[in-house]
Design a protein. Structure first.
Length: 328
């Protein structure tokens, strides 16, 4: 059975109450309100049934309206990984990787065609609540991308496989672009240049690195090799949820060639591979010691594509399996 984060279930309930529904009307929801504080997830069918109940009580567009209320932190580990994306469209790469590794609830795929990029949500609806959940997911995409880039980037088109509702006002307000129903796939499209925008966090960090490179060149100085290594570790840590980064990717972000970066790291007695391994080990130990993340989620956060590969690497680093380390 698939499960959905309790945060998303609570978000729907809280927004329904904000829209005026009485708590007494929610006594018969599949996972009762009184149980929510003791759960981390709910069965996916309970989540979809709640969508159906609230759509019936609050009218067309509730799913789209609740999607507009989503925050990055509502998505748990996946949302945490989004915060360190380098560019806007990277959230879909990370989402696809996350769901391949931990779930089969969502499947995202990005296809570029000229100056347009379309994100397909391959999640066939076997019930109405899943159709509504797809609407909420696509609606939430808009606010998440805006939050990450701190810009007002808007989609160019949205499509849904199901029939249109009788009232499109909430859809028009949320999407502000052509909305097509009874289409072959669920999707949201953006200008490719918008999805290639730097995220606000990455833009700040990379601008700092580039300013430092300019100062080195113009003043004839060389930054301390230890600081270079720390900067590289920062970029590695940010990149790991997308998979292990290459030295070419990191050196480009720092505004130097990979040969120069290799030389500068060598001045500090380390290699790029050392920094990858050290970052993975430190992150893994911290998450095992200080969070309740599952081993699969920690494997995802440290750049592994399979939990088994993470388990083997962690035992090689520490002499203990991840669960043994956590218990001790």
């Amino acid at each position: 059975m698939n499960y959905i984060s309790i945060n998303l279930y609570k978000k729907m309930i809280n927004w329904a109450i904000a829209e005026g529904i009485d708590k007494d009307e929610l006594n018969d929801i599949p996972t009762p309100i009184k149980d929510l504080d003791h759960l981390q997830a709910v069965p996916a069918d309970h989540f979809f049934e709640l969508h159906e109940i609230l759509d019936e009580k609050l009218g067309p567009g509730f799913s789209v309206r609740v999607g507009q209320q989503m925050k990055i932190e509502d998505y748990g580990v996946l949302g945490l990984s989004w915060r360190t994306c380098s560019w806007a469209g990277e959230i879909f790469d990370r989402s696809e990787r996350y769901f391949k590794m931990l779930s089969n609830t969502y499947v995202f795929k990005v296809e570029k065609a000229g100056d347009q990029s379309t994100i397909f949500l391959y999640r066939d609806a076997y019930r109405r609540g899943l159709e509504l959940s797809n609407e909420a997911t696509i609606s939430a995409t808009i606010v998440v991308l805006e939050a990450m880039t701190e810009t007002d980037i808007r989609p160019t088109q949205v499509t849904f496989k199901h029939d249109p509702p009788h009232d499109l006002s909430s859809y028009n307000q949320a999407f502000q672009c052509p909305i097509l129903f009874n289409q072959p796939q669920n999707s949201i499209s953006y200008k490719t240049v918008d999805l290639e925008k730097r995220t606000a966090k990455a833009d700040k960090n990379i601008n700092q690195f580039l300013v430092e490179r300019v100062e080195e060149e113009t003043k004839g100085l060389e930054l301390n090799a230890t600081k270079i290594a720390r900067d590289v570790e920062t970029l590695i840590r940010d990149a790991l949820p997308s998979g292990i980064p290459g030295i070419v990717q990191v050196s480009e972000q720092m505004g130097m060639s990979n040969r120069t970066l290799t030389r500068r790291l060598g001045e500090n007695g380390v290699t790029f591979r050392d920094l990858i391994k050290n970052s993975q080990e430190e992150i893994a130990k911290d998450l095992l010691s200080n969070t309740k993340m599952s081993i699969a989620e920690i494997a995802y956060q440290t750049g592994f594509s399979e939990q088994s590969a993470f388990n083997r690497a962690f035992k090689r680093w520490t002499g203990s399996a991840p669960l043994e380390f956590r218990k001790n």
